[in-house]
Write a protein that binds this ligand. Structure first.
Ligand code: CMP
Length: 142
């Protein structure tokens, strides 16, 4: 069972991704890297949902702006599956700041800045499990 969690991660295509009409291009990149979409939701986050999801950042200076941005339009939440999903997705999307992201990564190609950076990805298998449960309650039964 634990093995299954290592193979799944959570991605959020952020409001800037939808606004720029690059959903297809981003998902295509994910598919080309071997990710399979095993669950998905299109939604507009409430302040409460965004604050809950990003609560680890609640004391950071950028928190209020992040909440404003994440609730500014629709997002697409995806559960992605492939071998070593968490690490691989982090590699494919690149660093938080697109200026620091490696050539060929999604954020390097499409993101405008540290905040408007197109896509979120879980940063550890533990957080992937929590984040998947946040958006898909009961999806992973422990
Ligand atoms: P994400 O991977 O979704 O995780 C937290 C988000 O906070 C991050 O992507 C950015 O959108 C945002 N973020 C992180 N660091 C900064 C920063 N220094 N300034 C502004 N926004 C940031």
């Amino acid at each position: 069972m634990e093995q299954e969690y290592e193979n799944r991660t959570l991605a959020i295509l952020k409001p800037d991704c939808i606004e720029k009409k690059i959903i297809g291009r981003v998902i295509s990149r994910l598919e080309n890297e071997g990710f399979e979409i095993v669950a998905g939701r299109v939604c507009k986050l409430t302040d409460k949902e965004a604050e809950g999801f990003y609560r680890v950042h609640q004391n950071k200076g950028f928190f209020r702006d992040l909440i404003k941005f994440m609730t500014s339009g629709k997002v697409i939440v995806l559960v992605l599956q492939r071998e070593n999903a968490v690490e691989k997705l982090r590699e494919v999307i690149g660093a938080t700041d697109p200026a620091e992201a490696k050539e060929g990564t999604i954020r390097r190609e499409f993101a405008d800045n540290k905040q408007n950076n197109i896509i979120h990805a879980s940063d550890s298998p533990e957080n992937a499990k929590k984040e998947i449960s946040f958006f898909f309650p009961g999806y992973i039964l422990i």
